[in-house]
Design a protein around this ligand. Structure first.
Ligand SMILES: [Zn+2]
Length: 68
């Protein structure tokens, strides 16, 4: 019983949001924001080789999709 109460409290602490399936495809799967993409996500974890991603990010910013 105590465990179940702990789980419900933990879930309430999380700011859960629900989106229509049509919106989910546009959400960044890293930070969950809508006007973001995994390629240029500021929340993207740094990893080895991130320097190689920098030119790609600049290119992506220059040629943004129309919906951005
Ligand atoms: Zn993002």
């Amino acid at each position: 019983m105590t465990c179940a109460m702990d789980i419900s409290c933990a879930l309430q602490d999380k700011a859960l949001t629900w989106h229509p399936s049509s919106d989910v495809a546009q959400l960044c799967h890293i930070c969950g924001q809508k006007n973001c993409s995994p390629e240029q996500c500021p929340s993207r974890p740094k990893h080895a080789g991130s320097k190689q991603d920098q030119p790609l990010t600049q290119l992506y910013c220059r040629f943004k999709p129309a919906q951005h």
